[in-house]
Write a protein that binds this ligand. Structure first.
Ligand SMILES: Cc1cc2nc3c(=O)[nH]c(=O)nc-3n(C[C@H](O)[C@H](O)[C@H](O)COP(=O)(O)OP(=O)(O)OC[C@H]3O[C@@H](n4cnc5c(N)ncnc54)[C@H](O)[C@@H]3O)c2cc1C
Ligand code: SF4
Length: 332
């Protein structure tokens, strides 16, 4: 049985108390929400904070406010189950609800939060292992070692951004609010991520993600979809996620689009060339095919998750096609 290391534990009741607790324990502290990512990582000694600050007693992080007309704000500790079953979200932001619904199992979705989902650690077959397993290969660059076993001559880590919620947040043009004792800022979700398996977030360690802001969704103005590929639908992480947002003119032509690939790189990879292939079209089959081809070319999965590289790359074409066909199905 894997045991947690020893740590100090705080349960603040307000955001102000939480960020102060982090500052008091700095730099050896971590926030925890549902704990479904952090605690397994601690058991494997991938992360070993001396102080853990729980967010689950902070009521202000558990609310959903606003409206689809004005934009919806979701507190960081709203659970994935709440997102997946929320009537207004399912109706007007179905991609958000769908991405939450396909995370892992019902038990983990009951515990796991949207804030934690946007901030999970990057993943790799050589890293998501017990301490003893990692020690047996002399560790790797991401934690305790020197070399990258996926690309031994590479100066960087290629661990994969594997959240279902992240590509959707970026495709929608969502924003997040971050706060610490140093101040508060609101940034685009797209600016939260870096193409680096180790320093994969632009968020500073002391910053608490307070809220997730969905853009206004006036009825029919834009549509979004999320398609996930994984080995077992019962609970696996994605080996590919495709999130799309397509904005329409009144006459049904595509005014703008965003196509984002998840679980293929260390960051959510937006593919502007794929989006450009459908702008100005009526999302006909040939435009969808051109977008799928354009997304296929820059996708460069590494050999550090499930399935073979070549197959995962080929699946980009297939799933971009399906995601856009899904959008077309929503408007006809
Ligand atoms: C078996 C298994 C299968 C899984 N499958 C999937 C899957 O298919 N798709 C998927 O996306 N995820 C999956 N996960 C990962 C995880 O369950 C979810 O992503 C979940 O939403 C994480 O949320 P949490 O609240 O439990 O995060 P936590 O574990 O509490 O936190 C995750 C990280 O975010 C930080 N953090 C959490 N909240 C905040 C905040 N508000 N501000 C600042 N920092 C914060 C923590 O310090 C930690 O680093 C899986 C996990 C397991 C164990
Ligand atoms: S990509 Fe390389 S450095 Fe990063 S976790 Fe995997 S083996 Fe380690």
């Amino acid at each position: 049985m894997l045991r947690l290391p020893r740590f100090r534990y705080h349960e603040p009741h307000t955001v102000a108390e939480a960020v102060k607790a982090w500052a008091d324990a700095a730099p050896d502290a971590a926030y925890v929400a549902g704990g479904t990512d952090l605690y397994p990582n601690m058991k494997r000694r991938q992360q070993t904070p001396g102080t853990v600050i729980s967010l689950h007693r902070i009521g202000e992080l558990r609310t959903i406010t606003g409206s689809p007309e004005a934009g919806v704000t979701i507190g960081a500790c709203v659970t994935l189950t709440e997102l997946a079953t929320h009537a207004a979200l399912r109706d007007r932001y179905p991609a958000v609800a769908q991405a939450a619904h396909v995370v892992s199992t019902p038990i983990l979705r009951n515990m796991g939060t949207i804030g934690g989902n946007l901030l999970i650690d990057t993943r790799c077959n050589y890293y998501d292992q017990t301490y003893e397993w990692r020690k047996a290969i002399d560790f790797c660059m991401k934690r305790d070692g020197e070399i990258c076993w996926v690309a031994p001559s590479s100066p960087r880590c290629w661990a994969v951004q594997s959240s279902d919620g992240v590509p959707v947040a970026v495709a929608l043009g969502a924003e997040v609010t971050l706060t610490s004792v140093r101040g508060t800022r609101r940034i685009a979700a797209a600016d939260l991520y870096r193409n680096d398996g180790i320093r994969h977030l632009e968020k500073e360690p002391d910053e608490l993600l307070v809220a997730y802001h969905l853009p206004p969704a006036p009825n029919g103005a834009w549509k979004a979809s999320y398609h996930k590929l994984r080995r077992r639908d019962a609970f696996d992480f994605p080996v590919l996620g495709v999130a799309t947002r397509v904005d329409f003119e009144k006459d049904g032509t595509v005014a703008a689009a965003r196509i984002v690939l998840g679980a293929i790189a260390s960051y959510p990879q937006e593919v502007p060339a794929a989006a450009a292939a459908i702008v100005g079209t009526r999302l006909d089959e040939s435009a969808i095919g051109a977008a799928a081809d354009a997304a296929f070319r820059p996708a460069k999965p590494m050999d550090n998750t499930d399935f073979t590289l070549a197959w995962r790359k080929e699946m980009v074409r297939v799933h971009v096609q399906r995601a856009l066909q899904d959008i077309r199905g929503q408007i006809t």
